[in-house]
Ligand binder design. Structure first.
Ligand code: BGC
Length: 821
């Protein structure tokens, strides 16, 4: 297994923990197994226990509010971290995130997300690492080690079988035992055994007919008994829906609180003997063990780690390193000295999707936009023109602070007020953003209406557009005239979907540049959702769609190089719902094709966290996959396009040419669930290998700016472990980074009776200057070579001769070596 660090910190002995449990009343014990509120567990000063706070999530630590005034570092999407194929990079990211968690006085981070890329339509695909269990395990474990080395508990989630989002509270993932063990449980197992993770989050869904918060076989049996997990199993938020079954099923803590199913009903169940008090004692012991680890028990103190000074620079470097050069005819890297004008085009060039939607969202203090990043990278000698080209965003951009004034204090921003049913103002605050999200704890008790007031000063005379967003009822007053807009979500709408992808209504306003428009919005959501969300957006007068596209083509024609940035948005890639198809939104494809036809030096940048179809990929000079790159995204892209940094990423997932080719595509439930063996029990490249179709880009693919020769491979070892030494040479004229990949192939395409033609067994990232020869060493442990034998319920290796295939990607294998196991 990969190397591990044992968390330093403040482990409590079982004796100490049991002694403390024995001092607690039953009521006190039960208070520790339910959230005190949305994000914390209560204190019990009598035994020296202080409050323990948790926060999302994989792209940064948001904190206990969702508020633009409480900012956090925004990291590249987890898919990007995986694309670096480099546990050291992820460990550093984890450490920085853990350190900021400490800065916010939070003890537990609700990350990483390790569900697998089963269907590319999965809404949280961007938030998970890869389609491959080994790559996912290595990246996740390094991330966990990084977080926990800052003295913060990591929470690996969502245990297990939570590969899609639609109907996620109820669907049943039907998974055979071997696939469960070898694929879906594997990252959790490595995180427990090697990463020593402190928390596991149980998922909303069922596995094989039992909901995961009640799934005793997997939680008590596999996770706790078999793997020896001694930390806390925390439920996903509101996933606990029963009293006895969830208590017996192994869930330790139900979040958030208060909940109607634990608390009083659980107290009654223990009193009446339906739940043994010993079960609760075990839960409490685990909570106290965690409290000791994070320093909120007794005379321990939390770690004093603080966010390192190089955090922002590191985020910039990671995002650049993770970008994947999918294709390049030599146009990249751009030689700035030979350019006089670059046309920057595209909806995502103007509005970078720095992150996806859902609970992973954080509020960064700034995002380096693409125009900003490119201007800096190209230098003053190169003119940069900017054209949107296509309107693909369903919601308009948030109000910019340059045009929004709080009518009360005259400062840049908006006024938010909370009113009760009689119109009394219960609270009032100055806000800096026009997308607002509130947890119940952040709204004054008794408030039923949220009012936003702002004076908007347009910069261009003509038809400007305001949009109003939210799942509820709005009274919108513009310069004294009021209208009602009812966007109340229909009965049965998923709460997260309603909040993350709210309805939007556009209002055209004939406005004069410099003359403020007074806007006031009264929003009533009703109480059906646990969060409230509303937003206002704005667009300057626009050309028609056709004229905008023509303008982009003209800009491209007049430039030396066109850079077209297309991609998704955070209401396409989000928690709470799956995507409906893989196409880029709106007229993006047409935009790329027409620009490429006008300028042969067209570089396409795809700003997305999960696969999209790129039907134009062979018609353009270069394609850079930029992911959802986080707050430094524009700067990282500037570095990559100009060659300051090599785009060192490799695809962690197979990218299809057509939706029909994708082995596991649909995310619709069949008979209440998902049959994980729908076409085969394989996913990702293992499933692609069984079909006829070739993907657009294979697993592991990524070019770079230099060339590599694979000169030789030597293998030592046997079934107990292999050491593979790969000699590679950088044969290009610049330094570069290579990810040498090792796959195991069987002679007849089956492994122990199951079709599985090829499997990733190891990889190593190496940096080398031009002309250098280096040896990449890949260690492969016994488990990676073993299979789960269902009959014997054990890991076994099938003796025989196997072929190791070594290369740059699954589509570019360079060397073979036979091994006998
Ligand atoms: C998500 C979790 C998240 C939790 C708290 C849930 O909806 O599935 O990943 O940690 O909310 O925000």
């Amino acid at each position: 297994m990969a190397s591990h660090t044992t968390p330093t910190g403040t482990e409590a002995t079982d004796e100490e923990l049991r002694g403390l449990v024995a001092q607690l009343t039953l009521e006190e014990k039960l208070s520790l197994v339910v959230g005190e509120d949305f994000w914390s567990l209560p204190e019990i000063p009598r035994i020296g226990l202080r409050k323990l706070r948790v926060s999302d999530g994989p792209v940064g630590v948001r904190g206990v509010t969702w508020d633009e005034r409480d900012t956090s570092l925004l990291f590249p999407s987890p898919t990007a971290l995986a694309a670096a194929w480099d546990p050291e990079v992820t460990r550093r990211a984890g450490f920085i995130m853990g350190a900021q968690t400490r800065d916010k006085d939070i003890h537990v981070l609700l990350a990483p997300t390790v569900n697998l890329h089963r269907s590319p339509l999965g809404g949280r695909h961007f938030e998970c690492y890869s389609e491959d269990p080994l790559l996912t395990s290595r990246i996740a474990t390094a991330f966990i080690e990084g977080v926990q080395s800052a003295g913060v508990g990591a929470t690996i989630k969502h245990f297990v079988g939570n590969e899609t989002e639609d109907d996620r509270m109820s669907y049943d993932s039907r998974i055979d035992e071997r696939s469960l063990r070898e694929v879906y449980l594997a990252p959790f197992e490595e995180a427990v055994r090697t990463g020593r993770v402190w928390l596991v989050m149980s998922a909303y869904n069922q596995v094989n007919g039992e909901t995961m918060t009640e799934n005793s076989r997997l939680v008590n049996g596999v996770l706790k008994d078999e793997w020896g997990f001694d930390g806390v199993v925390v439920s996903d938020w509101m996933a606990v829906r029963s009293t006895e079954a969830a208590a017996a099923g192994g869930t330790d803590v139900a979040m958030p609180g208060p909940t109607e199913v634990w608390g009083e009903p659980l107290l009654a169940a223990v009193r009446e003997g339906r739940v043994a008090e010993a079960v609760i004692d075990d839960r409490v012991e685990r909570v106290l063990r965690l409290a000791a680890r994070v320093g909120v028990l007794g005379d321990r103190t939390p770690a004093t780690t603080t966010t390192p000074d190089d955090a922002v620079a590191t985020l910039r470097a990671i995002a650049a390193r993770a970008m994947v050069l999918l294709g390049n005819d030599g146009t990249l890297p751009l030689d700035t000295s030979a350019l006089s004008r670059v046309a920057l085009i595209g909806p995502n060039a103007l509005r970078l999707s720095a992150q996806g939607g859902g609970s992973a969202h954080v509020n960064p203090s700034h995002v380096v936009s693409i125009p900003e990043g490119l201007r800096a990278a190209l230098g003053a000698g190169v003119e940069l023109t900017l054209t949107e080209g296509a309107f693909t965003h369903r919601a308009l951009a948030d109000l910019s602070l340059d045009m929004a004034t709080d009518p009360d204090d005259g400062e840049a921003g908006l006024r938010a007020e909370f009113l009760d049913a009689d119109g009394n103002v219960l609270g009032s605050e100055h806000r800096l953003g026009s997308s607002l999200m509130f947890w119940p704890d952040n709204i004054p008790a008794g408030a039923t209406v949220i009012r936003l007031r702002v004076n908007i000063t347009p910069t261009i005379t003509g038809t400007n557009i305001l949009d109003v967003r939210g799942a509820g009822r709005f009274e919108v007053t513009i310069d004294g005239a009021t209208r009602t807009i009812d966007m109340t979500a229909p009965e049965g709408t998923d709460a997260i979907e309603a909040i993350m992808r709210p309805e939007a209504t556009r209002i055209e306003i004939e406005a004069t540049a410099g003359t403020p428009v007074a806007v006031s919005v009264d929003f009533t959501q009703g109480s059906r959702f646990f969060m409230a969300a509303l937003g206002l957006g704005w667009a300057n007068p626009r050309l028609s769609e056709d004229a905008e596209l023509d303008a982009a083509v003209e800009a491209a024609r007049a430039a030396d190089v066109a850079v077209v940035v297309v991609g998704t948005t955070d209401d396409i890639e989000s928690e709470g719902f799956d995507r409906k198809d893989l196409a880029l939104p709106g007229r993006s494809d047409e935009l790329v094709r027409r620009v490429a036809a006008a300028n042969p030096r067209t570089v396409v940048v795809v700003n997305a966290g999960s696969p999209v179809l790129m039907p134009w990929r062979d018609e353009v000079a270069a394609v850079v996959w930029a992911w959802l790159p986080g707050q430094e995204g524009g700067a990282s892209l500037g570095d990559v396009l100009t060659g300051v940094v090599e785009p060192g990423g490799r695809l962690p997932t197979t990218y299809p040419a057509a939706a029909a080719d994708v082995p596991v595509y649909s995310t619709e439930r069949v008979d209440g669930g998902h049959d994980y063996a729908v076409r085969s029990s394989n996913i990702g490249y293992r499933a692609w290998a069984l079909g006829e179709a070739a993907p657009a880009y294979p697993f592991g693919h990524g070019l770079g700016y230099t060339t590599w020769e694979y000169e030789g491979v030597a293998v030592k070892g046997d079934a107990s472990g292999l050491t593979v030494e790969i000699a590679v040479a950088n044969t290009g004229d610049r330094a570069g980074r290579e990810v040498a990949q090792v796959y195991l192939e069987t002679a007849d395409g089956t492994l122990m009776g199951r079709q599985e033609p090829i499997r990733l067994v190891g990889f190593a990232a190496i940096d080398a200057p031009s002309g250098a020869k280096v040896t990449a060493t890949v260690e492969i442990d016994a488990r990676t070579l073993a299979r789960w034998d269902e009959r014997g319920a054990a890991w076994v290796t099938t003796p025989g001769t196997y072929r190791l295939r070594v290369g740059r990607s699954l589509g570019d294998l360079r060397l073979d070596a036979d091994v006998t196991l």
